[in-house]
Design a protein around this ligand. Structure first.
Ligand SMILES: *[C@@H]1O[C@H](CO)[C@@H](O)[C@H](O)[C@H]1NC(C)=O
Ligand SMILES: *[C@@H]1O[C@H](CO)[C@@H](O)[C@H](O)[C@H]1NC(C)=O
Ligand SMILES: *[C@@H]1O[C@H](CO)[C@@H](O)[C@H](O)[C@H]1NC(C)=O
Ligand SMILES: *[C@@H]1O[C@H](CO)[C@@H](O)[C@H](O)[C@H]1NC(C)=O
Ligand SMILES: *[C@@H]1O[C@H](CO)[C@@H](O)[C@H](O)[C@H]1NC(C)=O
Ligand SMILES: *[C@@H]1O[C@H](CO)[C@@H](O)[C@H](O)[C@H]1NC(C)=O
Ligand SMILES: *[C@@H]1O[C@H](CO)[C@@H](O)[C@H](O)[C@H]1NC(C)=O
Ligand SMILES: *[C@@H]1O[C@H](CO)[C@@H](O)[C@H](O)[C@H]1NC(C)=O
Ligand SMILES: *[C@@H]1O[C@H](CO)[C@@H](O)[C@H](O)[C@H]1NC(C)=O
Ligand SMILES: *[C@@H]1O[C@H](CO)[C@@H](O)[C@H](O)[C@H]1NC(C)=O
Length: 838
């Protein structure tokens, strides 16, 4: 609400402060010698006040021009407490710290977050080579304990590591060995080290016993809680553990990778993808358990949220606090016993249901006869590990009854409730409402509660409390009302300005971009969005005709809220991609908050119209099918390998393959995933795509271009078989095309599964079987075994042969440590039931 005014002020500050700061001693000063003392006062030359209330007194600064690392004293807000910290600041070409109105210092490491110091505190690099932080009362708050280790000086390195080195310039002590809640690019988090968030954004104190991110010999784990910790995210190492190297994760440009130290470090075990950037980034474990990547884009933005999976916000352990129940888009409530309705929990804070729920009567262990369970159907828990496997519900509940520390019995099963997984947490975090069809399991929660023997006798104190409550409520109410009125006014003003600004934007010509349409043009061309061609994953598509008579398809993008520079940048990059097998983007339109993409028109529509349904009229000839398959493969190979920037489509399906009047196939919607991701500050680790075409590695977060290869394999199979991947109109054992493929392979009868209506496919039997093998190759469970799209093109063109040792077991049982589990016999269903957030 306050944004426009703040912007105004920022603008003003920017002008003023640029002058004032460039005037200061400008150079880069990355090292310091022994026997140096810095006092936390204005006497330190490199002091800046930022407009967000933060303040720095820099001691060392490495580099100039752009976001650079500095170290020194840092505070924010009241500035009673200071950290000695490493932070990223904006610098000019002279090495002066600039941009106090947007380049707010980003703290990536601190020495004393649990013991902040005051104004006047002293940092000494002593003659004996120790770095000592003393508060103003003379007490030692922090030290590197490097006395007598022949330290020669202090160095702040290019990658943000604060280092004490000796005469031979070797490292004696480094801040990278003591990570706090951040990793900077290149930094490693070793087995045995951990990131722990701060209590909140305003209280830097290390969070106790809640979230942590750790590397163990098994992989990378995000934990919540203390006794024992519960896993809410993990990537486990795929390799066999014979080679026991010390493991670490490393934040690289473009990925967070898990390595084994003794192995070839260029071969990561597991990767979480984050956006590549030409700018500064860092990742931070947030107080709410998210691991976010921040990036400088003329302002610090969150560009990725790494521990997200497709179950969304509710899968975070504190989404609704302790004992809370999360449903939908993070709607929080407290568990209740429904019949008879008894409240055993109350919200910790009535106004903020996401703060969690507390027990009205704490559990006492003396008399378990006074305990009952609140049972909740279709309620799951983020933890995927089981304490007891293959037990029935009663055994699970009884185990909880028998152990006083147990707070709940969480039970999950497939179709057989006498053989499920039982989990007995000693601390209960947020539970979530789940759809068994999505998590692929039935899940129930039984929450242990204590019955009250005698009714509470605090009625008198309660009434006085409620009086106070009324007074408070009315005071707070009127304050809120006033705030509301002001807020509304601000909103109106801001809205007007924005609208005006955006209108301008739609009229103004951007030099070098001729393919920008005005809203009027788009509206006229589509006759006021009259003829809808269809509805895609990213929005509705309309047919239109331009003034020059050429036909176009206009896609209205949904989910792109405000004006976004990156939209233009992305569109420019998509628009510059030309390939005969990619649908051409003719231009775009940005008007107010609306975004349109204008494509060439493809008169034969999308592939799905031609391959499903047993419509004899529309059967494609074998040669035509082959041509389409090759076209799609070429289009994808181009996106993956020949573009300036690799583009992973992430949503290959027949609906996104368009056919022109000569049945030339073109891939559409490429680059859109990236665009949408940018705009929603998400990464590819968020499950996206279309159920049925999703590769299994979506479960383990290793997302490469091979997910497109997998989806291509499904499309290919569908084209050969003339049916959908998941088809309930078939007999039950044939619902899943992959099971059909596996069965026919085992019986050596591949030709039996192809499109019954196509006679010429039967006559080209050998070619068709070869093609089924290509599909099977693309559908390999292990994504490293799948061919690249350029290899597929070579095979289709007859230059290469299909890999001979293929795995025809498409119902692979082994998926480690995913957030949810599934039964072996259900794996083929996997892809078709995962409903991505679309
Ligand atoms: C540190 O000492 C060396 C040699 O005495 C000197 O050249 C250098 O300028 C000093 N550095 C700083 C930052 O004072
Ligand atoms: C920053 O703000 C403080 C408190 O308002 C003031 O004393 C100090 O001089 C300011 N420093 C700079 C560099 O503007
Ligand atoms: C400083 O505090 C303000 C308000 O407390 C907050 O908005 C801002 O993000 C903080 N700055 C940094 C760099 O954390
Ligand atoms: C740090 O330096 C100050 C001033 O030079 C001095 O008074 C203080 O004793 C030093 N502290 C340590 C631990 O060396
Ligand atoms: C300080 O670190 C940089 C790397 O960022 C390195 O190039 C330089 O040699 C180091 N200086 C000393 C004195 O060790
Ligand atoms: C910060 O959090 C800690 C731990 O919860 C608490 O003890 C401390 O009082 C908090 N500090 C402030 C300034 O709120
Ligand atoms: C790991 O290697 C050992 C010994 O080579 C073998 O016994 C074990 O089955 C392997 N485990 C896995 C999961 O491959
Ligand atoms: C990250 O990688 C991209 C693309 O490879 C490159 O343009 C960029 O400069 C790199 N960024 C950094 C900070 O190294
Ligand atoms: C409860 O279970 C934990 C872990 O299984 C066990 O260590 C503890 O001894 C049990 N307590 C009782 C009272 O059975
Ligand atoms: C849930 O359980 C019922 C029977 O108890 C079973 O029919 C159904 O298939 C199960 N659903 C899932 C998704 O496992």
């Amino acid at each position: 609400m306050r944004a426009p005014w703040i912007c105004y002020c920022f603008g003003l500050f920017l002008i003023l402060s640029c002058y004032s700061t460039t005037a200061q001693t400008p150079f880069d000063y990355p090292t310091a010698n022994l026997s140096t003392t810095w006092k936390n006062t204005e006497s330190l030359p490199h002091s800046i006040n930022f407009t967000d209330g933060s303040r720095i007194r820099a001691i060392l600064l490495r580099g100039s021009f752009g976001p650079k690392f500095a170290c020194g004293f840092y505070c924010n807000g009241t500035c009673i407490n200071y950290l000695f910290a490493v932070f990223i600041v904006q610098t000019n070409s002279g090495g002066g710290i600039v941009q106090p109105s947007i380049g707010f210092p980003q703290v990536v490491w601190s020495a004393n977050r649990d013991n902040p110091v005051s104004y006047g505190a002293m940092l000494n690099l002593t003659a004996s080579g120790e770095l000592v932080l003393q508060d103003v009362d003379g007490s030692t708050v922090w030290t590197t304990n490097t006395n007598g280790k022949s330290v020669a000086g202090l160095n702040l390195t290019d990658d943000g590591n604060l280092m004490l080195f000796d005469d031979s310039s070797s490292m004696v002590w480094q801040s990278f060995d003591y990570p706090t809640d951040c990793l900077v690019p290149g930094q490693r988090l070793f087995q045995g080290q951990q990131l722990i968030p701060s209590v909140s954004s305003t209280n830097w104190t290390t969070q106790k016993g809640l979230f942590s991110l750790q590397v163990t010999d098994k992989g990378l784990f995000a934990y919540v809680g203390a006794n024992p910790p519960q896993v809410y995210y993990s990537i486990s190492v795929s390799r066999n553990d014979t080679n026991k190297g010390r493991r670490y994760v490393r934040f690289l440009n473009g990925s967070l990778s898990l390595f084994i130290l003794s192995d070839n470090p260029s071969e990561p075990d597991a990767v979480i993808s984050i956006p590549q950037s030409s700018s500064a980034q860092y990742m931070k474990l947030m107080p709410d358990g998210h691991l976010r990547v921040f990036e400088w884009q003329s302002g610090w933005l969150v560009v990725a949220d790494l521990l997200n999976d497709f179950l969304g916000e509710c899968n975070y352990p504190m989404a609704c606090g302790r004992n809370g129940l999360c449903s939908g888009n993070q709607q929080c409530s407290c568990p209740v016993l429904s019949s008879p309705r008894i409240d055993y929990f109350r919200p910790v804070n009535d106004r903020q249901p996401n703060m969690g729920c507390s027990e009205i009567t704490p559990i006492t262990c003396n008399d378990i006869r006074d305990q009952t369970f609140i049972s909740l159907e279709n309620v799951g828990y983020f933890n995927s590990i089981a304490d007891m496997e293959k037990v029935d519900i009663e055994t699970c509940k009884q185990a909880c009854v028998n152990n006083c520390s147990c707070k709940a019995a969480l039970f999950r099963y497939g179709s057989d409730s006498s053989s499920g997984d039982c989990y007995l947490p000693f601390e209960l975090f947020t539970m979530m409402n789940v759809d068994p069809n999505v998590i692929h399991r039935n899940a129930s929660a039984f929450i242990k509660v204590q019955n009250v023997r005698s009714p509470p006798s605090a009625s008198t104190s309660r009434s006085s409390q409620s009086n106070l409550g009324v007074i408070l409520a009315s005071t707070i109410g009127s304050v809120f009302f006033l705030l509301g009125v002001f807020g509304f006014l601000f909103y109106i003003i801001r809205k007007r300005r924005q609208d005006a600004q955006m209108e301008e934007e739609s009229i103004g010509e951007v030099p070098g971009m001729s393919n920008r349409f005005s809203y009027e043009e788009v509206k006229t061309a589509t006759e006021n969005f009259n003829k809808k061609l269809g509805e895609g994953g990213f929005g509705a598509v309309f047919e239109g005709t331009l003034k020059d008579g050429s036909k176009i398809a206009v896609k209205c993008l949904e989910g792109l809220g405000q004006v976004n520079k990156s939209f233009l940048a992305e569109v420019e990059s998509i628009g510059s991609i030309h390939h005969v097998n990619l649908v051409r983007l003719r231009g775009f339109c940005a008007w107010k908050s609306q975004r349109f993409l204008v494509y060439e028109f493809m008169s034969n529509g999308s592939l799905d119209r031609w391959i499903y349904h047993g419509d004899r009229e529309r059967v494609l000839e074998w040669n035509c099918r082959k041509k389409i398959i090759l076209d799609v493969a070429k289009g994808l190979a181009y996106l993956h390998e020949d573009c300036r920037q690799k583009i992973i489509h992430l949503d290959i399906k027949p609906q996104n393959i368009l056919l022109d009047s000569d049945f030339n196939a073109k891939v559409s919607d490429f680059g859109l995933s990236k665009l949408i991701d940018r705009n929603q500050s998400q990464v590819m680790t968020t499950m996206r795509g279309t159920p049925g075409y999703l590769a299994p590695e979506w479960l383990s977060s290793v997302i490469t271009e091979k997910v497109d290869v997998y989806s291509f394999g499904i499309v290919l199979l569908e084209m050969l078989c003339g049916r959908k991947n998941f088809d309930r109109s078939q007999p039950e054992e044939s619902w899943h095309l992959l099971s059909v493929l596996q069965k026919h392979w085992e019986h050596g009868m591949l030709l039996d599964m192809i499109d019954k209506y196509s006679e010429d496919m039967q006559t080209h039997g050998l070619e068709v079987v070869e093609m089924i093998k290509v599909a099977s190759w693309c559908l390999q469970y292990d994504y490293t075994k799948r061919p690249s799209m350029s290899t597929v093109v070579k095979v289709l063109e007859g230059v290469m042969k299909v890999e001979s040792s293929l795995d025809y077991n498409f119902t692979h049982p082994k998926l480690q440590n995913t957030v949810f589990e599934y039964d072996k016999d259900m794996t083929p269903l996997l892809a078709s039931v995962l409903s991505g957030p679309r």
